[in-house]
Design a binder for this molecule. Structure first.
Ligand code: NAP
Length: 281
C-alpha cells in the first residue's frame, strides 16, 4: 500500500546534499528483519545505532557494516523490556549528540498457543516489548524529531495486526496496537516533517519462525510461497519508510489477504481464524 509523500523525498535529498550522514537507530538489530534493515540503511549511507540484548551479535554486525559500507556504528546492548530502558537509551543518545534521524522499532517477541495454556509472564513479555517498549521509544524520541522538523519512524507490526488470530491472541493484539498507533501518528504528524510507517510482514524466514516451528511442528507444513525472504521484507520496509508511506505490507499474497480481511465481516474473520488455528494446532 503506497501513500507517497514527495515532501519526504525532498527532505532526504537535502540531508544527503549537506554531507552529514543521517543516523538510523534499529531495535532488534541482532537478528532477522532488524538485522536486514541495518544493511538497507547502511547501504543508503546512514550511520547506525544498534540495539538488542545480544552484545556479541551487535558487535559482530557493527564490524560487518563498517567494513562493507564505511559507516559509523554505535552498539547499545539493551533489554528494552526493562522499565526505563528507552528513557536511558534516549538520554544517552542526547548526551552523545546522536539522536537518530530514523527510528526503527523492530524488536519483538512472539509466544503462541491457547491463551489459557500460556503463563501470565509470557503474555506480559509480549506486552512489555511489543507495546510498552515501542511506545516508550516513540515518546522519548518523537518529540525531538518533531522539534527538529524532520525524521522518520518505521514500526514493525505484522499481517496479524489486521484481524483476530486465535492461538496468537496476545501477539496479534499487540501488533494491532502497533498498526493503530502508527496510522494515528502518521496522520497526526502529517505536517511536522516526521513520517511514521508501519511495516506489516507476513510469515518471514527468521529466528522467530524457527522458534515457532519448534513449538508447533504443523508450521513445517507451510508452503514455501507463504514464507517471505527476510531481505525482501526489509528492503520493502526501508523503501516505504524513506517514501513516508503509512503502511507497507510486503508480498502480493499478504497484500491480498490484508485487503480481503479489511472487506470481510469481523464475525467471519473470527470463524475463519478459529478454523485455521484448530487445523494447525
Ligand atoms: N518472522 C515473522 O514471521 C514476522 C512476521 C511479522 C512480523 N514480525 C515482526 O518482526 C520483528 C522482528 O522479528 P524477526 O522475525 O526478525 O525475529 P527475530 O529474528 O527473533 O528478531 C527479534 C529481535 O528482537 C530482539 N529482542 C527480543 N527481545 C528483546 C528485548 N527484550 N530487548 C531488546 N531487543 C529484544 C532480538 O534480539 P536479542 O535476542 O539479542 O535481544 C532480535 O534482534 C518483530 O517485531 C516481529 O514481531 C515477524
Amino acid at each position: 500500500m503506497v501513500l507517497h509523500n514527495a515532501r519526504m523525498n525532498a527532505q532526504t535529498l537535502t540531508a544527503n546534499a549537506s554531507g552529514v550522514r543521517p543516523i538510523a537507530l534499529v531495535t532488534g538489530a541482532s537478528s532477522g528483519i532488524g538485522e536486514a534493515l541495518t544493511h538497507c540503511f547502511a547501504q543508503a549511507g546512514h550511520d547506525l545505532v544498534l540495539v538488542a540484548r545480544s552484545a556479541d551479535k551487535l558487535r559482530t554486525l557493527a564490524a560487518q557494516l563498517k567494513a562493507r559500507y564505511q559507516v559509523a556504528t554505535l552498539v547499545m546492548p539493551t533489554d528494552l523490556a526493562s522499565p526505563e530502558a528507552a528513557q536511558r537509551l534516549a538520554n544517552s543518545l542526547q548526551r552523545r549528540n546522536k539522536v537518530p534521524d530514523v527510528l526503527v522499532n523492530c524488536a519483538g517477541v512472539l509466544e503462541q498457543g491457547p491463551f489459557v495454556h500460556m503463563r501470565a509472564a509470557n503474555h506480559q513479555a509480549m506486552i512489555d516489548l511489543n507495546i510498552s517498549a515501542l511506545t516508550a521509544m516513540l515518546s522519548h524520541l518523537l518529540p525531538i524529531m518533531v522539534a527538529r522538523g524532520s525524521g522518520r519512524v518505521l514500526n514493525v507490526a505484522s499481517i496479524a495486526a489486521f484481524q483476530p488470530v486465535p492461538a496468537l491472541a496476545t501477539y496479534a493484539a499487540s501488533k494491532a496496537y502497533v498498526l493503530s498507533l502508527t496510522e494515528s501518528l502518521s496522520e497526526e504528524l502529517r505536517d511536522s516533517g516526521v513520517s511514521v510507517t508501519a511495516l506489516c510482514p507476513g510469515i518471514t524466514a527468521t529466528q522467530m519462525l524457527s522458534s515457532a516451528t519448534q513449538a508447533n511442528q504443523q508450521l513445517n507444513k507451510l508452503p514455501d510461497f507463504l514464507i517471505g525472504k527476510v531481505d525482501d521484507v526489509a528492503r520493502q520496509g526501508f523503501e516505504a519508510c524513506m517514501a513516508g508511506d503509512a503502511i507497507c505490507v510486503p508480498g502480493l499474497i499478504n497484500r491480498t489477504a490484508m485487503l480481503a480481511s479489511r472487506g470481510t465481516p469481523k464475525w467471519l474473520l473470527r470463524r475463519v481464524g478459529g478454523l485455521l488455528s484448530r487445523a494447525t494446532s
